[in-house]
Design a protein around this ligand. Structure first.
Ligand SMILES: [Zn+2]
Length: 428
């Protein structure tokens, strides 16, 4: 190398790394705290779906995306990706079993048909759950599945049956397959009739993007959910607002900060999509809708960020990745952090099945290396789903380090050098 070229080379290296450092400084504790504080403030009313509080949060996130200079996602003319849900206003059920009428309160009907009659010849899958298993998990699987199903629960499961009553009132996506839960052992003959009045209500994901320089049709998704539980009864301290500072204003803050960082860095070869989901706490509606409206084959990786506001079980400068062993995503991230004190670990709570419970689940089931990054101590997170999950309980210094580390760890995926291996697809 001649001296002239050497100087030019040295200048370029310094220039590029100064530029990267400047971008890196964008993720600082003060800015992270400001956004986190806004999202978890009392005036967001716990960001529950179908309330003014979540609308306010949606507007704030959209205004941050605008200020950052993100583009709209394909086919949208704003940052809002809206879709509608059907909410039961009234449900009328009647039925008989082996020729005898059955009280309507012994039948729970979940579905979006306004009028439906079924019997043993209707081809419904019939299951009798194991009274020792996790009934709720079994049922939420059924509700998301594609097979019309009847769940028969014998009389000794009456208490569990009663706890499922709320399922009848949950909003559902159009086309959700019908599920009946009946307090009775499986009979030979039956017939049920349901008449339902439904109300349409809309939900909104907030999406922004930075087009890739060379690989526009290869997407890297950064996501978190911005909804939470709303307002409930006051706790012992008189607090009734579920601020959801950790769950998941922390992840939402990370998505906003990462958007600012990558926009300033300006060197992404792949297209970056920043999305904050609605409806996670009520069944993952936002992420399911988003995931069904993007070609899974074009999504190279998804970084879903959920609850990073407290130190993990290993202490500061660490986080875990759900489904770590299902692709080489985690190894790639860790490799990009060589020389840093930060470390990613496999999910230490595999029995909780976090991988298929969070917003990464739909894309993962479609084969995308879609993982959730978290620090939440699922066996001992003191404020989890409590009114006390508020800003004051978060470790903002550590959270800032985590966001910086996610930025660094994604480097070789953003610039197209690394492509994580795909996940084995499975039924949704
Ligand atoms: Zn959450």
């Amino acid at each position: 190398m001649t001296r002239k070229y050497f100087l030019l080379f040295a200048f370029l290296v310094t220039f590029i790394s100064l530029h990267a450092q400047k971008a890196y400084k964008i993720i600082n504790e003060k800015s992270v705290s400001q956004i986190e504080k806004t999202l978890s403030a009392d005036d967001m009313q716990g960001r529950k779906i179908f309330t003014p509080g979540i609308e306010k949060a949606a507007d704030f996130i959209a205004s941050q995306f605008k200020e950052t200079g993100l583009q709209y996602w394909d086919g949208l003319n704003s940052y809002r990706q809206e879709f509608s849900m059907l909410r039961p206003k009234s449900v009328d059920i009647s039925g008989e079993i082996n020729g005898e009428p059955i009280p309507s309160q012994n039948i729970i009907s979940i579905g979006t048909e306004t009028s439906l009659t079924i019997n043993e010849k209707s081809g419904y899958e019939q299951v009798s759950p194991d009274s020792t298993g996790n009934l709720f998990r079994t049922l939420s699987g059924l509700i998301k599945s594609e097979k019309p199903t009847i769940v028969w629960m014998p009389a000794d499961m009456e208490n569990s049956f009663k706890r499922l009553g709320f399922l009848a009132n949950r909003p559902l996506m159009e086309g959700t397959v019908p599920v009946f839960i009946v307090l009775h052992e499986k009979p030979e003959h039956f017939s049920f009739t349901v008449k339902r009045e439904l109300e349409k209500q809309s939900l909104t994901n907030i999406i922004g993007m930075i087009p890739g320089k060379t690989k526009k049709n290869e997407y890297v998704v950064f996501s978190a959910h911005y909804d939470h539980l709303g307002i409930g009864k006051p706790d012992a301290t008189g607090d009734s607002i579920y601020n959801g500072a950790n769950d998941d204003a922390s992840g939402t803050t990370a998505v906003i900060m990462l958007a600012k960082y990558f926009k300033a860095l300006k060197n992404n070869d792949r297209t970056l999509i920043f999305v904050t989901f609605t409806g996670e706490e009520s069944g993952g509606y936002g992420s399911r809708y988003f995931s069904m409206h993007i070609p899974p084959k074009d999504v190279v990786a998804m970084f879903n960020i959920e609850m990073i506001g407290t130190a993990s079980k290993w202490g500061e400068n660490s986080a875990y990745i759900t489904g770590y062993e299902k692709s080489d995503f985690g190894k790639i991230l860790q490799n990009n952090l060589k020389g840093s004190k930060f470390h990613f670990e496999p999910d230490p709570y595999p029995q909780q099945q976090l991988f298929y419970r969070s917003d990464n689940a739909t894309l993962a089931a479609l084969g995308v290396p879609a993982h959730t990054i978290s620090t939440s101590k699922m066996d001992n997170e003191l404020n989890y789903h409590k009114q006390s999950d508020n800003f004051e309980t978060l470790d903002m210094k550590n959270m800032t380090e985590i966001i910086k580390s996610i930025a660094l760890s994604s480097r070789s995926i953003i610039d197209g050098r690394d492509t994580p291996t795909r996940i084995e697809p499975r039924d949704l």
